[in-house]
Design a protein around this ligand. Structure first.
Ligand SMILES: [Fe+2]
Ligand SMILES: [Fe+2]
Length: 186
């Protein structure tokens, strides 16, 4: 259960991030300046923590064993559900990053709307995705994976945590928030 507990804890951080992103989208909608540094840091946080750390562990260990061990229903749930959504999230971040660059070149209302839209698209996608994993996918894995499979997932997850602990990646939301420029927290 170590791996599942880690993943659930990371969902809490990711959901806190989505709340932060939504608040920012509202302030931009109400006329606040688009702070490129702040939003580029958010893009980096998504890529490093939400995708590179969290989604990767799901794909490499938990989902891998679900697909290998649990048959058609798990294959459908993982490949046609969760993995597709991971790819959609990656596409959404590419689009958000592109919208920031476009706004930098031309700060038009259209490009401002694009930034807000992609930010909110990511918020909606990740909220829905984390909820499905918490309520359906993880409980399904806990119920059906063997003890041997779960032990393997735990062991591999622990190895990643130990390895990345020293890499100073954004380990949780509080660390991320500390690095956001002060003026953009107003
Ligand atoms: Fe996921
Ligand atoms: Fe997840």
């Amino acid at each position: 259960m170590y791996a599942i507990q880690r993943l659930e804890l990371e969902h809490e951080n990711i959901l806190a991030f989505t709340n932060y992103a939504q608040d920012l989208a509202i302030s931009i909608m109400e006329g606040a300046e688009i702070n490129r540094d702040q939003l580029k840091k958010m893009v980096a946080f998504i890529r490093t923590y939400c995708d590179g750390h969290h989604h990767k562990k799901e794909e490499d260990y938990l989902f891998k064993r679900m697909v290998e061990d649990l048959g058609d229903l798990a294959v459908k749930l993982v490949r046609q559900g969760m993995m597709v959504e991971h790819d959609l999230a990656r596409k959404c971040v590419i689009d958000l990053d592109g919208a920031l660059d476009a706004y930098d070149q031309d700060p038009s209302p259209k490009n401002r709307l694009e930034v807000i839209s992609y930010l909110m698209a990511y918020v909606h996608l990740l909220r829905d995705h984390a909820q499905k994993e918490n309520k359906v996918v993880y409980p399904f894995a806990v119920k059906h994976l063997s003890k041997e499979a779960m032990d393997w997932v735990d062991q591999e997850t622990k190895a990643v945590e130990d390895r990345e602990e020293s890499k100073k990646i954004y380990r949780d939301f509080r660390e991320f928030i500390k690095e956001i420029p002060q003026e953009s927290q107003d």
